[in-house]
Design a protein around this ligand. Structure first.
Ligand code: ZN
Length: 429
């Protein structure tokens, strides 16, 4: 169905009417500090909110064996979350529209030093147009919008005329295994929408991501005999330089990858963590670096991992010290491919109308250089996969914040999208 103007305005007014409650819900989610491995209470909060709304509930654990056997599964490190995945399903009285998955993650990244935050990281302060807090923009605001866009329809007597699965996952910030688990559980639909903070634009293409750790071993010596010791920290510098070289080579190939040629620096290598040594006056015998690199869509995670492993080994064999103690490369997190959401789908056309209806602007698309769970739906569910969400600042940084005006517009666009994609039916009684 296409929406006539009176119905559109009625839906947007209903989003407005529910917005205070939506904000309070989002703030409550931010207070639940769902860092990796500690998402249980937040998932429980979501479970109760969905159950109270009458969704058919499913709560299940991630299946390590099934995930690791799938090409899109990431390895299971000691830090892997054991929090459950939560799905609430709306079933219509009559299935006349197109089915939909609305997905969001509850896991948030570490805060870094509190002193760098204006407000405490998990204190959901509102100042002007901004809601602050770790995980507010990425992506509890979008998560709440998944529920509240349906609430807005409900408030004016409508429900989607098709099956809608609301999925609440974990491990989005480290492996993508939570999203993959919903696929392995058997969830499918005719489209998915994930309201990540995407500046009110649609993600056209997205890189894949690999996490790996390089462990170097040296030879411990007193510093007075330093010339004879292999310094593992110095060796790590050399390995990092070689990885930077690989990063530059991959960036130089951007012209071969549709949608990526115009980006400045599509492939980012991050040396995210470094540990090593035991004592200021001992030549360090060990060093570990934790790295994250992106890959273009169409390159499998396995291929890229193999290239990294071979590159580190080749470099080490030519290095006097490292040749005798080859560094160990372990893939310990994201093992995920990128995706392209090609233009021209009906789902995108419906989103574009919804976006225009809510904002008055044409929907724009862009290419993102970070991991998105959307890849699971694009690559494995093989359905139109729309990643689209509110304006934000400083996600993964300090003073992470989401624009409230933008969040309201996005929630309006999502409600209009659901209304047209799924169709509407009158709530009985
Ligand atoms: Zn996110």
């Amino acid at each position: 169905m296409t929406l006539d103007a009176p119905l559109r305005d009625q839906i947007l007014a209903s989003v407005e009417a529910g917005f205070d409650e939506q904000l309070a819900f989002t703030q409550e989610m931010i207070r639940l500090q769902s860092l990796r491995g500690a998402e249980h209470s937040c998932q429980d909060f979501v479970f109760r909110a969905l159950r109270a709304r009458g969704f058919a509930m499913d709560r299940f654990a991630m299946d390590r064996t099934a995930i690791e056997a799938h090409p899109g599964g990431s390895p299971w490190s000691a830090d892997h979350s054991d929090a459950p995945i939560v799905v609430g399903t709306h079933y219509p009285q009559q299935e006349t529209g197109r089915s939909l998955i609305l997905q969001a993650h509850v896991d948030v990244v570490p805060t870094g030093p509190d002193t760098l935050w204006t407000h405490a990281p998990f204190d959901p302060v509102i100042e002007g147009d901004w809601l602050y807090g770790r995980g507010g923009a990425d992506m509890k605001a979008g998560h709440a919008a998944n529920l509240f866009c349906l609430d807005a329809l409900h408030r004016i007597g409508f429900a989607p005329a098709a099956t809608v699965h609301i999925q609440s996952v974990v491990e989005e910030e480290s492996t993508g295994n939570g999203a993959l688990m919903t696929y392995l559980r058997g969830y499918q639909a005719e489209a998915v929408l994930i309201p990540e903070p995407e500046e009110e634009m649609l993600v056209r293409a997205n890189v894949g991501v690999l996490w790996f750790q390089v462990e170097l071993r040296g030879l411990p010596k007193h510093v007075r005999e330093m010339g004879n010791g292999a310094n593992a920290i110095d060796a790590a510098y050399r390995v990092i330089a070689e990885l930077r070289q690989l990063e530059a080579e991959w960036n130089a190939q951007k012209g071969n990858h549709e949608y990526f040629g115009d980006l400045d620096h599509p492939i980012n290598l991050n040396i995210g963590k470094i540990e090593g040594g035991d004592w200021a006056s001992s030549v360090p015998a060990w060093c570990r670096i934790d790295c994250r690199i992106s890959l273009y869509p169409g390159i499998t995670a396995t291929e890229a991992a193999e290239e990294i492993r071979a590159r580190v080994e080749r470099f080490a064999r030519a290095d006097t010290f490292l040749a005798n103690a080859l560094p160990e490369v372990t893939f310990n997190g994201f093992h995920a491919e990128g995706y392209v959401q090609p233009p021209g789908t009906e789902a995108e056309a419906v989103l574009a109308r919804a976006h225009e209806g809510a904002t008055g602007d044409r929907l724009q698309s862009f290419v993102t250089p970070g991991y998105l769970d959307t890849r699971v739906y694009a690559l494995y569910n093989r359905i139109p996969s729309l990643c689209y969400g509110p304006i934000s600042e400083n996600i993964h940084g300090f003073d992470e914040r989401v624009s409230l005006r933008s969040l309201k517009r996005i929630t309006g666009a999502m409600a209009l999208f659901v209304a047209e994609w799924c169709g509407l039916e009158r709530i009985e009684g």
